[in-house]
Design a binder for this molecule. Structure first.
Ligand code: IPE
Ligand code: IPE
Ligand code: MG
Length: 249
């Protein structure tokens, strides 16, 4: 194989220097601090966070984003007090119930990543219905990470690979990056161009570990409930100044 023909990852900068943006992935953080600053219960911060979700979902396709992934509940968030977990699940129900028609009308295709099928059966049914209803839409793909952990996702992919090898449908030495990609929850989606985290923390917290190999990190001080279209535009402007090399020169 000629080296010159080696892989150019999708999403690489165009020849004119444009920084292509297809997929924005967001670690929505700071709801608790937003509430604490107002001497409100944490649930008030999560409720205000849903308003920020509405604003960003509306702005994303207008700003040219094809795929928007939102980290809503991590596999580690079960460690929080039971009442906060219950509040978050209640807000998830409320969001899907109140927004699904509007999302559908706006051409949003809803998908979920993470072990979301382990949530309460009524939520799983609601999420399944939302996926089925919006499956044909193509204005924006909204991916909600629920009970998601990047390590857990890789464990599930490894088990799927092992099962295929054991069944004789896959040779162990045929396992490559594409074979792993195809067994992740994000199969079929482009990798994130930006991983954006609000509220100033500089960590991944088990988000899209494999997929963000060449993502650009953008961290904003804005707390998630204060995030709006202007904050999103500033984050995209920062991304536009980055030079992506993908290991090249
Ligand atoms: C993000 O806000 C929402 C979830 C993780 C579900 P936090 O609840 O983590 O807010 P902080 O980090 O405590 O401010
Ligand atoms: C990451 O935020 C998870 C979500 C945004 C859903 P956390 O607030 O849970 O992350 P840590 O605990 O500060 O790393
Ligand atoms: Mg947090």
């Amino acid at each position: 194989m000629s080296l010159a023909a080696a892989t150019v990852p999708t999403g690489a900068a165009g020849a004119d220097g444009d920084v292509a943006l297809r997929h924005l992935a967001v670690i929505m953080d700071g709801n608790g601090r937003w509430a604490q600053a107002r001497r409100l219960p944490r649930v008030a911060g999560h409720r205000a966070g849903i308003e920020a979700v509405r604003r960003v979902v509306e702005a994303a396709p207008v700003l040219g984003i094809e795929v928007l992934t939102l980290y809503a509940f991590s596999a580690e968030n079960w460690k929080r007090p039971a009442d906060e977990v219950a509040d978050l699940m209640g807000l998830l129900r409320h969001y899907i119930r109140s927004e699904i028609k509007e999302l559908h009308r706006n051409g949003v295709r809803l998908q979920f990543i993470g072990d979301w099928r382990a949530l309460k059966p009524d939520i799983v049914a609601m999420l399944d219905d939302a996926r089925a209803l919006t499956a044909g839409n193509d204005r924006l793909t909204l991916v909600v990470a629920l009970n998601y952990g990047g390590q857990q996702e890789l464990v599930r992919a490894a088990r799927a690979l092992a099962a295929d090898v054991a069944a004789g449908v896959l040779a162990a030495d045929a396992i490559d990056d594409a074979a792993i990609d195809a067994r992740l929850d994000t199969a079929g989606l482009p990798p994130p161009d930006i991983v954006l985290r609000t509220s100033g923390e500089m960590r991944l917290s088990n988000f899209l570990l494999w997929q963000s190999a060449y993502a650009e990190f953008v961290v904003t001080e804005t707390l998630w409930p204060d995030f709006d279209r202007a904050a999103l535009e500033s984050a995209l402007a920062e991304f536009a100044t980055r030079v992506r090399r993908f290991g090249g020169r």
